[in-house]
Design a protein around this ligand. Structure first.
Ligand code: ASP
Length: 438
């Protein structure tokens, strides 16, 4: 039988009411055989996530301060959850293990992983499903990525038509001890499980109805995307569209398994389908996203174009200082490097000094007020007039464009604008592409 992996995020398992919705959704489609759960998230804006409370407990425990306060909140939440789901006591054993682990000084990762561990055990009991301790089977390498050896092991543990509940977020590191992915990493677990069982689909159930074509805080009327490709999504997620962990697409992408983002609280909404390819007709552009804080280091030197190795030396300086760069627009005698401002932190002075030493430039200037905005869509490729439309819209809004970048793939056009123009520019581009073209 065709199987689907259904991953439910923190708000979908935040309390018994939400877990009941989750369980009803699982039961509504017999293909949903592997259920991946997060730790309980926020029930409302002022609430705490269980994972945050676990980090706090660990922090207190390592400082030899009583961890009782956060621990009691966690224990109370899980006990209430289990009782409300009609399986009182289902969390007790795992909670006792957590208490003992905190007392004996278990690692930060082990403590953090207990939110998903206990959540999965309680929900499995409530659903009459099989809890699978995938932490022992899912290897996470030194870079925080799932290992290739994990897949056959997970496939073997998840065979048959049974209903399995699996904890998200953690596996084991190269030393065999519990290791967590980065925050929000249950999305990666879901993707790994889908790949392991050769799922027909990876459903990611969350609290929004998919990806919006622009940040709704900037464009309140922004529509949701019905389809987006993996590569388009990478561009948008990198620039700030956050619904899914940005590493979650890799395991399924290799196997060509689509991801469907769905809303647990509005299951009839169509959501967003993430696919290897999509029908480009009608929507050449899928979305507009951006980030505010970029710094530009602008270098000028007469006859730079005739001097070999300038680019290599500039990038060498950044590499030695451990600074990632984003773009490198250049002129005949000038070159700029665009860097996320947080990358530079207290390294800026050293970077400038080194550039001066290795390039001997006439001038180096630093601008720390650049915002980058990307307009993404595979349908732009080989289409005349897209850039014209982009710059026309910005000009109409009186926005000065300070940097432009478009790769040969024609997957996106990136513009750099003054930080103060950021929101206006996002709105202008959204209107130009999303509203006009539909
Ligand atoms: N519970 C973890 C976090 O809050 C992982 C997840 O929910 O995906 O980051």
């Amino acid at each position: 039988m065709e199987r689907v992996v259904a991953k439910f995020g923190g708000t979908s398992v935040a309390d018994a009411g939400q877990v009941r919705r989750t369980m009803a959704l699982v039961q509504a489609d017999p293909r949903r055989r592997v259920v991946v759960v997060s730790a309980p998230g926020k029930r409302d804006k002022t609430d705490k996530k269980v994972t945050d409370l676990l980090f706090l407990s660990h922090h207190l425990a390592t400082g030899e301060v009583s961890f009782n306060e956060p621990y009691s909140i966690i224990a109370e939440r899980f006990k209430t959850l289990a009782a409300d789901l009609g399986v009182p006591g289902a969390a007790d054993e795992a909670l006792a293990e957590l208490h003992a682990g905190l007392t004996r000084g278990e690692s930060r990762d082990w403590v953090a992983s207990r939110g998903e561990h206990i959540s999965a055990r309680v929900i499995a009991t409530a659903m009459g499903a099989v809890f699978v301790e995938t932490g022992d089977l899912l290897g996470i390498d030194a870079h925080g990525r799932p290992t290739a050896e994990s897949y056959p092991k997970l496939a073997a543990a998840l065979t048959g038509d049974g209903l399995f509940v699996v904890p998200g977020y953690y596996g084991h590191g190269p030393n065999g001890r519990v290791k967590v992915f980065s925050r929000g990493g249950s999305d990666i677990t879901g993707s790994v499980m889908a790949r392991a069982i050769g799922a027909a689909l990876y459903e990611n159930w969350t609290d929004v109805s998919g990806f919006m074509m622009a940040d709704p805080r900037i464009v309140p009327q922004a529509r949701s995307m019905s389809e987006v490709t993996y590569s388009e999504l990478r561009e948008l997620a990198y620039m700030g569209a956050s619904v899914l962990h940005d590493e979650a697409i890799f395991p399924v992408r290799e196997a060509g398994i689509p991801i469907h983002i769905k809303n647990t609280n509005a299951p009839d909404d169509p959501g967003t389908l993430i696919l290897p390819t999509r029908d480009l007709a009608g929507t050449p552009v899928v979305g507009v996203a951006g980030r505010r804080d970029f710094t530009v280091i602008h270098i000028s030197k007469a006859m730079m174009n005739k001097e070999l190795g300038v680019g290599r030396r500039v990038l060498g300086v950044l590499e030695t200082q451990g600074v990632n760069f984003e773009h490198m627009p250049s002129g005949i005698d000038t070159m700029s490097v665009v860097v996320a401002t947080e990358e530079l932190q207290d390294k800026l002075d050293d970077v400038i000094e080194e550039i001066k030493r290795v390039i001997q430039p006439d001038d180096v200037q630093v601008f720390d007020d650049l915002a980058l905005i990307t307009t993404v869509g595979l349908g732009m490729a080989h289409q005349v007039g897209i850039a014209g439309r982009c710059f026309g819209a910005l000009a109409q809004h009186g926005i000065n464009v300070r940097m432009i970048s478009q790769g040969m793939a024609e997957l996106n056009i990136i513009v750099g604008v003054q930080r103060d123009d950021f929101e206006e520019a996002v709105r202008a581009l959204y209107e130009a592409f999303v509203v006009d073209l539909s």
